[in-house]
Design a protein around this ligand. Sequence first.
Ligand SMILES: *Cc1c(COP(=O)(O)O)cnc(C)c1O
Length: 241
Amino acid sequence: MTLEAGVIRENYFRVLEQIHQAANRSGRDPTQIRLIVVTKGQPVEVIRAVVEAGAKDLGENYPEEALPKIEALQGYFLKWHMIGHLQSRKAKLVAQYFDWFQALDSLRLAQKLERVLTEQGRRLPVLLEFNVGGEESKSGWRAENPDSWPELLPEIEQILVTCPHLEVRGIMTMPPLTDNADQTRRYFAHSRRLRDFLARAFPSVSWNEISMGTSADFPLAIEEGATMVRIGQAILGPRPE
Ligand SMILES: *Cc1c(COP(=O)(O)O)cnc(C)c1O
């Protein structure tokens, strides 16, 4: 069962209100926080409901699943964010159909994207994904220990130097889910320190964006500096099987 359009609309406005409140609590400008509605697993009718309510940025995890949705909703001038791990043989789809790629996690993938973007004459804003909780199941460069952050720099420098069609804009993280708000807050603060470290290492690149926080924890993420939150279930309901 998918949610009715009216319920989706209410959820969307409630989440926007919660984003405002979290921004105000932490003295931040709410207009600097972008809501990405995560639509993976949801049918076009559900997505249309949240778009009609005002959503402009949508997130998908699998390029093949996203393509028919992107085509069906073309008239709305949406921004599509690829937020899932990408296999390099799908790089072409992302280069062609998406507006942002949030899950760049290797030099090899960066160079594959660079080749297809060059062919297409396009540039693509990207976020580098880091694994801040050290979970084996998660993708992203391992970054749980600040002592090892300097070891990340040569590979990132290679991306910056050899991939001019990738516009690096910041980082993305997906910390482990915990019931402990203090622990969750520490993961978000850790992500922000990592961003600050990268900004010091490569000051000529814009590291403005920190994409972190999902339905479970986005207010904390905003208090700790998120500029993009990726929210699915809290707006669209559970993903249908
Ligand atoms: C599914 C997903 C989300 C959204 O999770 P919800 O629990 O639906 O808010 C955010 N980020 C990524 C990378 C995801 O895969």
